[in-house]
Write a protein that binds this ligand. Structure first.
Ligand SMILES: C[S@@+](CC[C@H](N)C(=O)[O-])C[C@H]1O[C@@H](n2cnc3c(N)ncnc32)[C@H](O)[C@@H]1O
Length: 209
């Protein structure tokens, strides 16, 4: 699309088109947009591989994940960065709230939902990449348990590609209780990984657990 078409599609008034163009130039620099010249000499704006991930209608859309990262709660800790650098806490979030992200999310239902939806959308993308790049590691398995699997996005991706594998999702009971009943393909078990883990050939433990 040309600049004027794009501005009009986004209801940007002519007085702001110059500023909008500068903004687009920044997005081009960050590889969220590309500019090309067509044979007539007109400058066209195109989506890039990165910005396709931000288009809501795309199957692999990562917007819920981005929205959760941009939520104000995630930025509450920015004023304490300098103190955090000198502290022993691993992440600024924990330093500011005095608690792990998951525990804070448990207390703030709206944020918890946004956070879980964000992780789930990211895992759709991660799951696809895992299946494209290293699906062989799952071959021959008869069962697998995903620890801290939340809504089970990853386990469902595996079960979809390998229906012969019995996939179990273990998460804390209050998380499992929020899983919609119509989600099939995997078995959900409410429990604490530090108390017991269902028996399976393999355990999947993501590093965001
Ligand atoms: C960052 S989230 C991972 C989300 C998940 N992979 C998904 O698809 O939505 C970490 C998960 O670990 C779970 N968790 C935390 N402590 C746990 C424990 N002791 N036993 C089992 N699950 C736990 C949390 O409830 C949360 O769902």
């Amino acid at each position: 699309m040309e600049l004027t078409e794009l501005a009009s599609a986004l209801s940007i008034p002519p007085s702001k088109v110059e500023a909008f163009d500068l903004f687009l130039t920044t997005l081009v620099f960050l590889v969220f947009f590309a500019k090309t010249q067509d044979p007539s000499g007109a400058i066209k704006h195109l989506l890039t591989l990165v910005s396709y991930l931000l288009v809501k209608a795309e199957t692999l859309s990562n917007t819920p994940f981005l929205n959760s990262l941009l939520d104000l709660i995630m930025h509450d800790s920015s004023p304490v960065l300098s103190s955090w650098f000198r502290s022993s806490k691993e992440i600024p979030f924990e330093f500011y709230f005095g608690n792990r992200l998951g525990d804070v999310a448990d207390e703030k239902l709206e944020f918890n939902k946004m956070f879980n939806d964000g992780i789930a959308s990211d895992l759709v993308l991660v799951g696809d990449i895992v299946m494209m790049t290293c699906r062989d590691v799952f071959k021959e398995l008869k069962s697998l348990v995903e620890v801290g699997g939340g809504t089970g996005t990853m386990a469902r991706t595996i079960a979809h590609v390998f229906p012969e594998i019995k996939c179990i999702v273990l998460d804390l009971p209050h998380e499992i209780n929020t899983v919609k009943e119509d989600i099939c393909l995997v078995e959900y078990v409410g429990g604490d990984v530090f108390v017991s883990v269902p028996l399976a050939n393999a355990t999947l433990l993501m590093d965001n657990f």
